[in-house]
Structures are given as C-alpha cells and as structure tokens.
Write a protein that binds this ligand. Sequence first.
Ligand code: ADP
Ligand code: ADP
Ligand code: MG
Length: 717
Amino acid sequence: MRAVQKSTRLSRCLLATNAVRHNSTAAASSVKPLTSVLIANRGEIALRVGRTASEYGIRTTTLYTDPDAQSQHALSSPYAINLGEASAYLDGDRIIQIAKEQGCQGIHPGYGFLSENPVFARKCTEAGITFIGPPWQAIESMGSKSESKDIMTAAGVPCIPGYHGANQDPEHLKNEAAKIGYPVLLKAVKGGGGKGMRIVSKPEEFFDQLASAKSEARNSFGDEVMLVEKYITTPRHIEVQVFADKHGNCVALGERDCSIQRRHQKILEESPAPHLEESIRQDIWEKARAAALAVKYEGAGTVEFIFDNDSGEFFFMEMNTRLQVEHPVTEMVTGEDLVRWQLIVAEGGRLPLTQQEVEQRIKERGAAIEARIYAENPDMNFIPDSGRLLHLKTPQATPTVRIDAGFVAGDEVSSHYDPMIAKLIVQGPTRDAAIKKLRAALEDYEVAGPITNIEFLKRICTSPDFVAGDVETGYIQKHHAELFTPSPPAPEVYAQAALAVALQELSSSQNSDPFTAPPVTATGFNGTSFQRRTLSIVEVPANTSIPNTTPPTKISIHQTAPSTFDITVGDSTHVFANVTASFAPSSNTLTTFYPHTRLATTFVRDADRLTLFQQGKQYRLQLALPTWAEKALGVKDVANSVLAPMPCKVLRVEIKEGDVVEKDQPLVVIESMKMETVIRSPSRGTVRRVVHGAGDLCKAGTALVEFEDENQTEDGR
Ligand code: ADP
Ligand code: ADP
Ligand code: MG
C-alpha cells in the first residue's frame, strides 16, 4: 500500500510538470508506428475505430460472426474474418491467432467484449501484439470493484462506505448491510453494464435481492462475488475522461454527467455536468488523475464517481479501463479524436494536449450531449427489442450533429447482441442550445421495425427539470408520470394511416402491371371507379405483454375525384371534406392537403403493422380485425393470459395455480438477451394455470400464465 501512495506522490509531480512542459511534435525515439490493426469488436464501435484508423492510413481487419456476416462493420474493410458462432467475439485466443496470421501489429478491443479482460490484454502483449488500451495490470487492478476501492482509498480518492471483503456468507453480508444502514446497494464485484446490481431498501428483502443479483451476475460474468455499499438516494453519475501516455503525462478531458439512466445504464450523457461548482469540478478532475496514476494508467480511461446531490460530496465508483460508449461527448467538447489519441499512446507517442490546453478548449466549445438510440421498449421497463430495420432515416450530419451508427435500413438488429442501434451526439454553444438541437435531431430520426427509445428521448428533452439541469440517476422513476403519459393520436393520424394504406395498395396494384394499369390519378380503389373504403385501425399497445383493450377507430374514405377524398374518422366525429392526397411509393411519403393544414407523412407497412412519422413524431398503429373475425379466430381468448413479451427462457415461476395475486405482483421471471425481467400481474386476480415452467423456451406472445382478472369476474363476464 505504501508503494501505491509513493507512486501517487511521484505522479502528482509529473502532473505538475505536464502542465508547463509539453512538446507534442518531438516524437520519442521509442515510437513504433502501427500500420495494421485488428478490430476485435462489432457494430458502431468497430466502425468508429475503423474510421480513425483509415484516416491515418492504418489498415484494419474486422471480425464477424454468422449472425453478423452482412453487418456494416464486417463490410467496412476488405479484410474481414469469420469467427463463426454468435459468442465468438469473446474468443480471445483465436482472435490473437487471427491478428498474427493477418500481420496486424495491434488489436483495438472497442468496449464490451474483450476490452476489460486483463488475461486477453496480457496474452496480446506476450504474443508481441500491441493491445490498444491500458497495461493489463491496470485492467486487473481496476477490474474488481472491490480491489480498485482499496487502491483508491490508499491514493486518497474518496470511496462510498461499504463492505467489499472476501466473506461472502449471506448472513455476514446482511450484517454488513445493517452496519452500513439501509438502503444498501448490492453489486457484483466483476459487474458491468448495470448488471448484477440490486437495491435493498429493508432487511426483509436482503436475501431475495442477494439471490437475484448473484444469479444475474453468474449469468453475465460467470462470477457471483458481491459487495455491499451505501445506496446514495439522490445521486448523480459524474465521470471524468482521463488519458495517460507512457511518458507519465496524464490529463483529464473534462467530465460527463451520465445521470439519465435506466436499469443503471446510461441513455443520455453530457458535458459539462450542469450546475457543478467550479471548485468541485477541479477537485473531481484532480481525483480522477490521481486514480489513473495510482495504477500507472496508459491510454483512455474513465473514472466514474457518484455525486451526492444532498451533500455535494463525491465518491469513486469504478474505473472503466477502455474507451466508453459516450466518448464522443468529450470529443465534441474538446475537438479531439480520442481514438487517434489511443493510437498515439499505443505507438509510444506523447499526449497531444496539456491540461491547460484542454481547459481552454472546453471553455471555448460549449456543451455536448449524446443520446443512445436503443431497440427497446420504454413502456415495458426498457426491454430490448430486435428485428429488421424496415425503415431508417437519420438526421442530417453536420460538424455539430454526429451520428455513430452500426446499422443501415434493411439490417437485422440481432437478439444475440446489445440492442444499441446508434448514438446521436450534438454540440451547441450552451447546454440549452445543445438540448434544443438534440430534440430537433431526434424529431428527424425515423426508425421502423423494432421498437426504439426515440420517442422517450424526445420527451426527456422537453422535461422541465432536465432542461433546468436538475438531473439525478433516479430521474426516470421520479418523473414517471410525466415521461410515460401517452398522448392519443389525433384524428388526422388515423386519416393519414387509412389514406396511406389505400393509396399504397393502389399504387402497388398498378405497378404490378405497368402496361395495363391506368395512371394513378384516374382510378379508384378497385382500379375502375371511385370508391368508398372503410378501415379499422388501432394503436399498438405500448406494453405488448398486455393485450390491447382500446377499441379500434373506424375510418371511412370516400373518393370524390381522382385525388380527392372525404374522410370520416370515428363515428362521424371528425369529417375532413375535399382532402387532396398523393402517395410517392419511392419514398413512402403521403402528402395530404386537409382544409386546415398540409401533412407529409412517412408511412411504413409491415403486414398489418403501420408505422407513421409525421411532424417529428412516430405513431405505431395496426390494422384491426373486425370483431366477428376476432371471435372466429379466438383471439379474444388470450385476453386473460399474461404473455411473453419477447423470445425468452423461463427462469422461475413465482406463483402457483389458485394463488390470488395483487396488481404488479411478480408472476414469472424470464431471461432474454442475458437480462432478467420480472413479469408482473396486470391486475388483482387469481392464477388459473401456469402454462410454462422453469427452463421452458417461449416465443414472443406465448401465454405464460392464465389468470382471471378480479374485476372481470365480478362483472359476471
Ligand atoms: P459505458 O461505456 O458508458 O460504461 P456500458 O456500461 O453500457 O457503457 O457498457 C458498454 C458496453 O459494454 C455495452 O455494450 C455493455 O453491454 C457492454 N459491457 C459492459 N460491461 C460489460 C461486461 N463486464 N461484460 C460484457 N459486456 C459488458
Ligand atoms: P457498472 O459497472 O454496471 O457501470 P457502476 O458501479 O458504475 O456499475 O454503477 C452503475 C450505476 O449504478 C451508476 O451510474 C449509478 O447510477 C448507480 N449506482 C452505483 N452505485 C451506487 C450507489 N452506491 N448508490 C446509488 N446509485 C449507485
Ligand atoms: Mg459504471
């Protein structure tokens, strides 16, 4: 421990010299340029790294797996090697072998997968390949949330009070929790990505939460060692981007506030952190550099702190020894390319900027925010979604609007991997300006196919407390009512949907036989004369595990001239007369002139699913079956079943037949994409049948539990 303290003191001296001495052009004689690099990752980060490498004339080799054969990162380089099965990105030995065969001098691990694996980093080094990241010893020290806290305490970096010892006896952990005082947080010491973490608010919950955290940790990291720490009730997540070279220089590239999270995982990140006192900002940067220097860090790293909003104190949480998902925020506020910095450091060069120069940049460049675009359903506790991207339109990229994407339209978002589709990063002179720009860019972002969090992100951008900078990690729960209140589509949305269905069918029937079909404007819906048509359309329920109960809306279209229509929405409540509409099949755009307004709508149809984008909003609708057809097909019978919201494996069944359950009581715990989800009772009622037991594999929409809703029974249904 003394050695650590000593090295910290020494490092502080180096830091002080770094502030005055700097010479970025005088390359050290030990610089070994990289000419060929293997990218051991996938998706947007693989593309991101490849972009910078190519810019500097470095040849890249990419890797792919069977489900990724057609993915953008695999196609981005002429040198692409197939690893086979989906999990093979984790096969370090094979990847090192490929790097050797391909003549690559370096491996860039991106984030996730092998990036924080000290064994892999060590093996690279032993094989004579440059691991583009910190020394493996630093990864090892920081890889454990318990060991890293010992090192930080010794280096004078404040840590959250807690127990991170070896005694894993549940009774012992519970006693430690009592000493710390509830609420406490259980964390897997090997954890990451918000997994293996549970809040325990009272002693009675302790063992249940411990079992659940351990099980998730075991499934995700193959290790279930837990630590217990004080749960800070109104915290902010503030992290510092650090960078160190092999010459003892270390700079803090500003901080990022990542408090807007769901499931302990970030969705919005920004820099600078709003309302952070300047003295605290300087202190937190200084502590972050001390942390990096205490483990003889090299390359890009992030020191994460938890900031107590109540007391203004901050505590070390963990260090991520890699480039992070949100690094573009820092690139925007510093004007630097951090992947380039990583390559410079890996080659043995010096950091391009001093701390003073960094500070100057940050002062000049204002604010930046990143939004992570995920295929997930916010209305179902942000459950991941997957599937083909039927339509994808991104906002216009500019020097201050950046899109880091891993997919293009037509690609499949695979359930094998993390459901992040893209990152949208904007910069503005002030935080307010950046937020406005982010909202505008999100309104231009159109994704049809999997459900995404885009609509949800838009709501956060206009949420008053967020705009005011009053952020905390519990923001989403705390503002639940405001963020999740659905706004029913206006009658014009139904009218647009119905018109689009009718006109698209018309145009495709004509296109099928271009020689005999009359021109679009001269024909009616049946191809011969002007027609009437009635459609029933219903909103897709936000929470797809509970069948929709909203009655469909009936829309009648009466064609009065080639491109002119009278439209009735609902029971004659909304009548739009003399509407002119035209549909452009090439862009899927419906342009309609109503008496009071013009609407341009992007329309995407997938069987009976209709997705509309208009005036910066997405609408998810569905052609409804007439009531008689529902009865005939028995669709209504599933109304009293609780359905699997996605393809999954049943882990545990928490109830048995005959049980009376309360609303929101856990019924079944499922696992999908390595994540546990608790399926809860939609209302008070009685369990009639447990359809699937532990270990069963279920498709999306499969009934898990049949259950009798108390209210419906009382109605004498
Ligand atoms: P950040 O870089 O902001 O900390 P996350 O914590 O969300 O971002 O993690 C980045 C990526 O790495 C995500 O794709 C996540 O699923 C993955 N990931 C994080 N930690 C681990 C881990 N220990 N094992 C496997 N994947 C991880
Ligand atoms: P991961 O490795 O999964 O990123 P972290 O330890 O960084 O795990 O924690 C992830 C998130 O969990 C933090 O950003 C914060 O929101 C929350 N969190 C972590 N520790 C605490 C704590 N002691 N009290 C309250 N919230 C916490
Ligand atoms: Mg973290």
